[in-house]
Design a protein around this ligand. Structure first.
Ligand SMILES: Cc1cc2nc3c(=O)[nH]c(=O)nc-3n(C[C@H](O)[C@H](O)[C@H](O)COP(=O)(O)OP(=O)(O)OC[C@H]3O[C@@H](n4cnc5c(N)ncnc54)[C@H](O)[C@@H]3O)c2cc1C
Length: 426
């Protein structure tokens, strides 16, 4: 097993997978390291479902314009071929997915593109010098590995590689460093979904009443449920743990414990009060509590809420997004939403991916350089994939021209991205 690659991507979520596949397709020798045993990141380990929308309807023509980059749509098409080929399920085939199919499809696509995969391995140490990462250490299955690469991409969601390399970062919102809440997603089986649909309004009314009386402890304002491909199963994205630091292992442990109590609180609430839940059971909880926001690595540019609301355009744009500014209250009840109109989106500059002071490191996904409010928009999976794809192309262009990713020819990167259906410069 060799220990030197042209590119090492750390983190196999949507950002990391897209970065690795994209770089490999453009001729880069890539190793992708993932802490768990599969690709998909939050979609699989945190049981996050469904994809948030990634298109806009253009005014006048009413044409649907996709904004997420070509690779994300390709992943989706590959999943749809296996999940529901005849389209009988009635689910929206642009938003819903089966995470077991996702794991399989991502393995196949990564391997077909030439990416070398390394699972069950956590990067724990970085040796960096003069703005360059020289090598990393990772605890694999029963072995510490020392690995080298010309370039690295931090797609860990939490900015772990950059943090280990000594990069500066911001945590949570500016005034008090509180991050968006953590949520342990879970599934309930044995549910009569028809009766659930009929009772949905009453469930929320009673939930609110019991929460106000202090009977229900979960601070979330309502019961957030999604359907999914499994008959008789509901998917809950409704636990809420606030004021815990998602980068502190002890705080995260407390959050896991608190959220698990909320899971069983919800089961009891539904079983005790509503028809259709008599045979309900907790089918599964996510492998780890879901983290919406943690470190945001300080880069050469920090994306702000003003950039979003003014629909900013940048000379070095590498991605776009129009997902709402969606902030689940970091300190209690309530969710703030600010929506983009039809045909509106903002651009994300390449400089947000370049950590200050680093030459051979890019960040991709939810940990790029941005404020709390700006991150609340592009953090969703389709746009993390788009940012990752762009990072992969940047590495390939840098390799071709023998430059660092910091000094890459951005116009050449943009030309490739546009040919891959990116909506930048439009
Ligand atoms: C509760 C919740 C609900 C959400 N709802 C939605 C939704 O409905 N729709 C939507 O589109 N988005 C949603 N999101 C947002 C979205 O899931 C994430 O922001 C997005 O998946 C982030 O992608 P990423 O690739 O940046 O990071 P991740 O998906 O988190 O991937 C990072 C990967 O890096 C790995 N990793 C971390 N550290 C290391 C290390 N040191 N060594 C090796 N591997 C490492 C992790 O195991 C993980 O697989 C939600 C998020 C949460 C938490």
């Amino acid at each position: 097993m060799k220990n030197k690659y042209e590119l090492i991507v750390v983190g196999g979520g949507f950002a990391g997978v897209a970065a690795a596949i994209s770089a490999a397709r453009h001729g880069v020798d890539v190793l992708l390291i993932e802490k768990y045993n599969c690709l998909g990141g939050a979609a699989v380990s945190q049981l996050v479902l469904p994809f948030m929308p990634y298109w806009t309807q253009m005014p006048v023509t009413l044409e649907r314009k996709f904004l997420c980059g070509g690779l994300f749509l390709e992943i989706f098409e590959e999943m749809n071929k296996l999940t529901d080929p005849e389209g009988k399920s009635g689910f929206n085939k642009l938003l819903y997915f089966d995470e077991e199919i996702l794991k399989l499809v991502l393995n196949r696509m990564a391997i077909a593109s030439g990416v070398k995969l390394l699972f069950n391995t956590t990067v724990t140490e970085v040796e960096a010098e003069n703005g360059n990462i020289k090598s990393i250490k990772a605890l694999g299955k029963s072995k510490v590995l020392e690995l080298e690469a010309d370039t690295f991409i931090d797609a860990t969601g939490d900015g772990e590689l950059s943090m280990l390399a000594g990069c500066s970062y911001k945590l949570g919102r500016e005034k008090d460093s509180l991050c968006q809440p953590m949520t342990l997603c879970f599934r309930m089986s044995g549910v009569d979904r028809e009766k659930y649909n009929q009772n949905q309004k009453r469930i929320n009314e009673l939930y609110k009443e019991l929460r106000e009386k202090g009977v229900i402890k979960n601070p979330r304002e309502n019961v957030l449920v999604f359907h999914n491909y499994n008959d008789g199963v509901l998917h809950f994205n409704t636990t809420r743990v606030v004021k815990r630091n998602p980068t502190d292992p002890f705080d995260v442990t407390e959050a896991e414990i608190e959220a698990r109590e909320q899971v069983f609180e919800m089961l009891s609430f539904l079983k005790n009060n509503f028809e259709g839940f008599e045979n309900a059971r907790i089918l599964s909880t996510a492998l780890q509590i879901g983290i919406r926001e943690s470190r945001k690595i300080e880069g050469e540019y920090t994306l702000t809420v003003d950039d979003l609301t003014s629909l900013a355009r940048f000379d070095d744009a590498i991605a776009v997004s129009n997902y709402s500014i969606d902030i689940h209250s970091p300190d209690g009840t309530g969710t703030y939403q600010w929506y983009f109109g039809d045909g509106e989106w903002y651009e994300i500059p390449y400089r947000c991916l370049i950590p200050k002071g680093m030459n051979n490191l890019l960040v991709a996904g939810r940990c790029i350089s941005s404020t709390h409010e700006a991150q609340a928009s592009f953090r969703v999976m389709p746009y993390c994939s788009e940012i990752g794809q762009a990072a992969g192309v940047a590495v390939a262009v840098a390799k071709k021209n023998a430059t660092t990713v910091r000094d890459v020819d951005i116009k050449e990167v943009q030309k490739i991205l546009i040919s891959e259906d990116f909506a930048i410069n439009s």
